[in-house]
Design a protein around this ligand. Structure first.
Ligand SMILES: NC(=O)c1ccc[n+]([C@@H]2O[C@H](COP(=O)([O-])OP(=O)(O)OC[C@H]3O[C@@H](n4cnc5c(N)ncnc54)[C@H](OP(=O)(O)O)[C@@H]3O)[C@@H](O)[C@H]2O)c1
Length: 282
C-alpha cells in the first residue's frame, strides 16, 4: 500500500486524521517541527523532522511516500509562499497525489486571504493528482479558541454578526481525508464539507447554554469593538484583521450553506454541532 505523509499532524485536524488512519491501519508517516513532542503524541508512529520553511527537511520527510496530506497553519498570511517550495519539491520528485486542506468560503474572502485559492490553483495548474477539501468553520473552534470566554465569562467572543454557518466536526473531515487518501475515485475532486445544519452565533449560544447548564450569550460586537478587545489583550493587529475578514463570510451570510459531500464520500451523515459541543464542554 502507498505511504502517506501527514503534515499539520500535531494540530486539531492532523490529530483527528492520525486517529482515523490508525483505525484503518494505514501506512503513513508524520512530518513535524518538534519530533520530541510528536513522539509523545503519536507513540509507535514513523515521525520525520519537517518544516515547510526549511527545504533541508523535505527529502527525509518524503521517504517512500507517494501521497501527501497537505495542511498549512492558521492565522498566517501568505500561506502560499510558505507551502509553494514544498509543492514544487513534490512536483520535482513526481509525488503527485496531494489531498489539500483548504477552506469553505475562501473564494469569497478578500485578497489578503486568497492563499487557499492560490494553492488550489497551483495544484491544478502544476498537474497534481489533487483532492481539495474545503471544510466549513470547525465545530471544535468553540473549545479551541473560546473555551475560557464560554466557561468563565459566559460569552462567545466572535465577530460573526447574525449570519449562519454549517459548523463541521473535524472527525468528519478526517474521515473524508482518510477516505480520499486510501481509496480510488477522489482525483481532481473538490469537496465542500459542512455540518448537517447551519447556525448563527446566537443559536450556538443557546445550544451551549443547554450543554453547560448556564446562560451563554453572544454579544455580537462590531468590528471596531472586536479590534479594541484584541488590542487590549495584546494581540498583533493583523490577527483582528484576519479574523474580521474570515468571519465576514458569515456576517454576509455567504456560507449559510449545507452540502452532502461528507455523506457522499464516507457514507455517514455529518455530526451535529450539539454533539460536538456536548463532547467538548462536558
Ligand atoms: N478554524 C476553522 O474554522 C477553519 C475552517 C476551514 C479551514 N481552516 C484551515 O485549517 C487550517 C488549520 O487547521 P488546524 O486548525 O487543524 O491547524 P492547527 O491545529 O493550528 O495546526 C497547525 C499545524 O500546522 C503545523 N505547522 C505550523 N507551521 C508549520 C511549518 N512551518 N512547517 C510544518 N508544519 C507547520 C503545526 O505544527 P506545530 O506543532 O509544529 O506547531 C500544526 O501541526 C488552516 O489552513 C485554516 O485556514 C480553518
Amino acid at each position: 500500500m502507498a505511504k502517506i505523509l501527514v503534515t499539520g499532524a500535531t494540530g486539531t485536524n492532523g490529530k483527528a486524521l492520525i486517529k482515523r488512519l490508525n483505525e484503518l491501519k494505514a501506512d503513513f508517516r508524520i512530518g513535524v517541527r518538534n519530533q520530541e513532542q510528536a513522539e509523545k503524541l503519536f507513540p509507535g508512529s514513523q515521525i520525520a523532522q519537517f518544516d515547510f520553511s526549511d527545504p533541508n527537511t523535505y527529502e527525509n520527510a518524503v521517504q517512500n511516500v507517494d501521497k501527501v496530506f497537505l495542511l498549512g497553519p492558521p492565522l498566517t498570511l501568505k500561506v502560499d509562499e510558505l507551502l509553494n517550495p514544498f509543492i514544487d519539491f513534490l512536483n520535482e520528485k513526481g509525488i503527485k497525489r496531494v489531498v489539500y486542506f483548504s477552506a469553505f468560503g475562501s473564494d469569497k474572502m478578500g485578497s489578503s486571504l486568497d492563499f487557499h485559492i492560490k494553492i488550489e490553483e497551483k495544484l491544478k495548474n502544476d498537474g497534481f493528482d489533487y483532492t481539495i477539501l474545503r471544510p466549513s468553520f470547525f465545530a471544535q473552534n468553540f473549545k479551541n479558541y473560546d473555551y475560557e470566554n464560554i466557561t468563565e465569562r459566559g460569552i462567545i467572543f466572535s465577530v460573526a454578526g447574525t449570519g449562519k454557518v454549517g459548523f463541521v466536526d473535524v472527525h468528519d473531515i478526517a474521515n473524508v481525508a482518510a477516505t480520499a487518501l486510501l481509496n480510488e475515485g477522489h482525483s481532481k475532486k473538490t469537496y465542500e464539507l459542512t455540518g448537517p445544519e447551519t447556525h448563527s452565533f446566537t443559536d450556538v449560544a443557546t445550544l451551549l447554554s443547554d450543554v453547560v447548564s448556564k446562560e451563554i450569550t453572544y454579544p455580537n460586537p462590531s468590528a471596531a469593538q472586536f479590534r479594541d478587545v484584541l488590542a487590549q489583550a495584546g494581540a498583533p493587529s493583523f490577527i483582528a484583521d484576519y479574523l474580521i475578514e474570515v468571519y465576514s463570510a458569515i456576517v454576509n451570510n455567504e456560507v449559510n450553506i449545507i452540502t452532502n459531500d461528507i455523506e457522499k464520500v464516507t457514507g455517514k451523515k455529518p455530526t451535529s454541532l450539539k454533539e460536538v459541543l456536548k463532547r467538548d464542554f462536558n
